[in-house]
Write a protein that binds this ligand. Structure first.
Ligand code: ADP
Ligand code: MG
Length: 235
């Protein structure tokens, strides 16, 4: 059966899109069929991470009833379908709950894993996917401000009827003066993995190619493969 994960954070710019794309690519590399969906309508940029140009149908068109889910699903690599979002700055409307839920159900028919790249913050568009996914994966850097905001997203997930699966700490450094296990313990959620700070991440953005393909032996790529292994064991 399919598992739908919302990849969410409190703060923006902590590595959600990087995590969605590389976790998805690592899962596909392990033989699973994966959909990566850009539900971050305000900061839609997933397409660029997988070298997808922005001129075909998008999630916006599907929600507006102007395209089908398969029209907006692009096979960007073997076993990976990417659903980009439009770049216009309109969020989900209240009425879109049913539509987004139908999009997800349609993706369940075709994929083993569906990863929703969720916008930061507490707007309707950021909260909606949390309640529709089977599980939410929280992404944070080890910095206190970022961890603090994760608490709010845990609350939002639970209040919208979703379940929190665990935490991924990104941009970790050998000099960090905190215990990653302690951060997870304080949030009362499992630590799924840590992704080190790595210049290879930025290189992959410029190359418009997922890190795990662009530099498969880099420390961050290795960490994303380990994370994929941990998730498969968890499901
Ligand atoms: P979000 O989707 O949460 O806004 P992104 O995935 O777009 O975050 O990442 C934000 C920025 O941080 C990008 O410039 C990205 O290259 C950088 N970044 C993310 N993870 C790492 C990492 N492990 N090492 C170095 N830079 C990273
Ligand atoms: Mg993003």
């Amino acid at each position: 059966s399919t598992t739908v994960y919302a990849i969410a954070s409190g703060k923006g710019g902590v590595g959600k899109t990087t995590t969605t794309v590389n976790l998805g690519t690592a899962l596909a590399g392990a033989g699973h069929r994966v959909a990566v969906v850009d539900t971050d309508l305000g900061m839609a940029n997933l397409a660029g991470f997988v070298n997808l140009s922005a001129d075909g149908p998008t999630l916006h068109d599907v929600l507006a009833g102007e395209a089908t889910v398969s029209d907006a699903t692009y096979e960007v690599a073997e076993r990976i379908g990417a659903i980009p979002s439009g770049t216009e700055l309109s969020g989900f409307a209240e009425a879109d709950t049913t539509e987004l839920s139908e999009v997800i159900d349609r993706l369940r028919e075709e994929f083993d894993y569906v990863l929703l790249d969720v916008g930061a913050g507490i707007s309707h568009e950021s909260v909606l996917p949390l309640g529709l996914a089977d599980e939410t994966i929280l992404v944070s850097t080890p910095e206190p401000a970022s961890v603090q905001d994760v608490k709010k997203t845990i609350d939002l997930t639970e209040r919208s009827g979703g379940d929190v699966a665990g935490l991924v700490l990104t941009r970790t450094r050998s000099g960090d003066k905190v215990s990653y296990d302690e951060i997870a313990a304080r949030l009362d959620i499992p630590l799924f993995g840590t992704i080190p700070e790595d210049d290879a991440v930025r290189d992959s953005v410029y190359a418009r190619t997922p890190l795990v393909v662009n530099t498969p032996d880099s420390p961050a790529a290795t960490a994303y493969r380990d994370l994929a292994g941990a998730l498969v064991e968890d499901t």
